[in-house]
Structures are given as structure tokens and as C-alpha cells.
Design a protein. Structure first.
Length: 405
């Protein structure tokens, strides 16, 4: 625990850095904060929006803190999870045509039937929803209208949740290896493939059998784990992929402590492609650095048969392609895909955990684009225009059907 004076210095430093970070968010077109053209995808920062720290009247206000994961429910609806609590946050986020978060409305807290260190969440796959509904009907229980998956790192487990009542509906089995987590570094990320056939999860740092935790100058290696949804088609890709998290960033020390780095969120693009959010933290300035990478798991080695030692097996580490990196004074912990945008891009939302350190609850919006698709669209438009011009020319130069020649 930090002393009072150390916490005060840290809050002051964080506040100063947050101002610098928000200026960076405002300058989203800057090359440093913008997208890097790799693997055919570009990710660029669009803008940010501050969330309230509490909900309700002063006397009965409930704190909004520890926001560790976010998922898109469709249209303007999203859900976020608060770690070390029994609470989910439902909210509506209005995005501009360019993917900028412009307003947040209709915030609502859902209390879950059990408290855990919840870290991320995703919408239940349809097949899993059907299985839950069948089981509950057979017992005469109410069928949930909406179901979410949440992962928590104290048991650890992936649990299904009734979004309306907060009732925990059951557990999705995880590989035994993922139970060997480090304290407070367990299941941190959760995503579901667009086709609903695969659930993805990973620990924040390496399980002890695979290698050390992150430290100054050293990263950590985690297992990106694919879990088949029961009743679906058999997976053809790897069941587990070794992912090497970068070492902690460099910082100017402000107080005592050790830096850390880990994988804190995943978003599934389909076909084995994942967006991965890495978070690096240090006891100084900048306090946080965030990285978003693309991982093509379909081309990686399957390490599910290995009982450990992944840190020393660099040849097995999946290739990753950095799409964005910056230090914006925010502890980004959640990541999700949002709606498609008018220009063909896809909205990506991240959420920052205030962590009790004086940083704000913050949404930061990004836009994911595939330049190849844009080029194809432009080429198609140009071709269509050319064809149209030829047809118009033929029409203008052809004899009129009423000609009396």
C-alpha cells in the first residue's frame, strides 16, 4: 500500500499526465497516435468521452469504479463490468459518423447474484443461449431475455449471467492449465467470435508453469485460449496460442514500486483474428502505456499439449502486428468492437479503469479500417463510373428511336 503522501504525489502526476493524454486524444490525426499500416488493417484514435463516477442522487449515489471490460449489445447499447464487485453497468453510447463517442445516456447498474473479481464480458453465443433456455425450461425456471458471459479471476471461471436479473446461470468449462493463475493476474479477457462458435479468453500474465511475470525489461507469455461452444462445428484452428506481451514501458520514477505489463482484453474479428489490448503500468510518468495488436491465430502453433515452458519457446510465439500504441494517461482495460460506420470502417471502443488513483472513467473510441477494401471500393466505383460514361456516350451518339432517317 502507498502512503498518503505517495498517493497524493501519484494523483497529482496522473492528473497532469491525463491532461497531456487528452490533448493527444484530441489530436487523433497525429502520426504517433494514428494507425500504422500493417497486415491490411489500420487502427486510428477517434476521440474520447468521460463517464460519471457515480449514479444516482448524492445521498444514495452508487460509485462507478473499476471498469475493467466492455461489450457491445447492438445499436447504441453497451455493457461494462466493475471488477471486485457484483455490478455491471448498462449504458447507451452515441457515436458520430466518424466513430467519436459523443454522448452517454440511460446508465443503469445491474447487481449480480454473487461477487467476484470480474474482469471482462461478452454477449452469450446463440447456441449457449439455447442450451441455457432448454435447461431452465426443464426445471420450470424463467428463461433470460438477454445473457452475457463474464470472466472472473478469483475462482477462476467464465460465468453466464442473466442481464435483467443479475442471476448467475452457469459456468463455461475452462482448461485446467488456466486455473494455475497468479494472484490478481488470472482470467482477464473474454471475446466471442462473430459466428458464435468460439469463446476466447486468456490470463493477464503467464501462468507459473509457462514462465515469469512481467518485470522491468521483460515481458510475459500468455495462452490465447479458444473454447468451443457446445453443439457447434468442431474447430479447425489451434486450441491455445502462445502470445508474448511486451515488457513494461520506460518511465520516470515518481515513487517506489515495480512495473507490470499484461494482456487485459480481446476482441474477436473472426477467422482466428483477434485484437489484443496490452496494458503496461509503472510507478512514474507516464503511468500507463497501452498497445493494441492484431493476432492471426490461424497461422500460429497449437500449444495446448504443452504443460509449460512457453516463455523459453520463442519459436512457438504467435506473430503479432502492432496497430496502435500510446501513453494517454489512462488505464485502458476494456476493448470491444462496435457498429460499422458509414465510411466502411468499424468502431472500436475501449474503457479506462479509474483504479482509485484519480484518473477518470473514460471511453476512448477508435476506428478499424481495411485499406484494401477501401481501394477495392474505390476501384469498383471508378469502374462503375467508367461504364456509366461509356453507356452515356453510346446513348448520346446513337440514332434516336424516333429518327426518320
Amino acid at each position: 500500500m502507498l502512503g498518503i503522501s505517495a498517493r497524493r504525489r501519484l494523483r497529482q502526476a496522473l492528473a497532469a499526465w491525463a491532461v497531456v493524454g487528452m490533448l493527444a486524444v484530441g489530436a487523433a490525426g497525429d502520426d504517433r497516435a494514428g494507425g500504422q499500416r500493417q497486415t491490411g488493417l489500420e487502427l486510428s484514435m477517434a476521440g474520447s468521452l468521460t463517464l460519471p463516477d457515480s449514479l444516482g442522487e448524492e445521498a444514495a449515489a452508487r460509485p462507478i469504479t473499476g471498469l475493467s471490460g466492455i461489450t457491445w449489445l447492438g445499436e447504441d447499447r453497451y455493457a461494462a463490468v466493475m471488477d471486485n464487485s457484483n455490478r455491471l453497468l448498462l449504458l447507451e453510447i452515441r457515436l458520430s459518423a466518424a466513430g467519436v463517442p459523443e454522448a452517454v445516456d440511460n446508465l443503469q447498474i445491474v447487481e449480480l447474484s454473487a461477487r467476484h473479481d470480474y474482469e471482462d464480458l461478452a454477449v452469450c453465443p446463440p447456441r449457449l443461449v439455447e442450451r441455457i433456455a432448454e435447461r431452465r425450461r426443464s426445471r420450470g425456471d424463467a428463461v433470460p431475455a438477454e445473457c452475457l458471459l463474464v470472466c472472473e479471476e478469483d475462482t477462476p471461471a467464465i460465468r453466464a449471467v442473466d442481464l435483467e436479473s443479475g442471476e448467475l446461470l452457469g459456468i463455461v468449462p475452462i482448461p485446467d492449465l488456466l486455473r494455475q493463475r497468479r494472484t490478481n493476474r488470472g482470467l482477464e479477457s473474454l471475446a466471442v467470435d462473430p459466428d458464435g462458435e468460439t469463446i476466447w479468453t486468456a490470463t493477464e500474465e503467464a501462468i507459473p508453469a509457462d514462465g515469469p511475470a512481467a518485470a522491468d525489461g521483460r515481458g510475459t507469455v500468455v495462452r490465447l485460449t479458444a473454447i468451443e461452444v457446445p453443439g457447434g462445428a468442431a474447430r479447425t484452428g489451434p486450441a491455445q496460442v502462445a502470445y508474448a506481451v511486451d515488457p513494461p514501458h520506460r518511465f520516470a520514477r515518481v515513487f517506489a514500486g515495480e512495473p507490470l505489463a499484461g494482456l487485459v482484453a480481446l476482441a474477436a474479428l473472426g477467422d482466428g483474428r483477434l485484437l489484443a489490448l496490452e496494458r503496461s503500468a509503472g510507478p512514474g510518468l507516464p503511468p500507463f502505456t497501452s498497445r493494441i495488436t492484431l493476432v492471426e491465430t490461424a497461422f500460429a502453433k497449437d500449444v495446448s499439449d504443452l504443460a509449460g515452458g512457453l516463455a523459453d519457446r520463442g519459436e512457438l510465439h504467435a506473430a503479432k502486428h502492432r496497430l496502435w500504441e500510446d501513453a494517454i494517461g489512462l488505464n485502458l482495460e476494456g476493448l470491444c468492437l462496435g457498429p460499422s460506420l458509414a465510411d466502411g470502417g468499424r468502431a472500436v471502443l475501449t474503457i479506462a479503469d479509474n483504479g482509485g488513483l484519480g484518473t477518470p472513467n473514460q471511453l476512448v473510441g477508435f476506428v478499424l479500417r481495411d485499406p484494401g477494401q477501401s481501394v477495392d471500393a474505390a476501384a469498383a466505383a471508378a469502374a462503375a463510373a467508367a461504364v456509366g460514361s461509356v453507356l452515356l456516350l453510346l446513348r448520346l451518339t446513337s440514332p434516336s428511336p424516333c429518327s426518320t432517317r
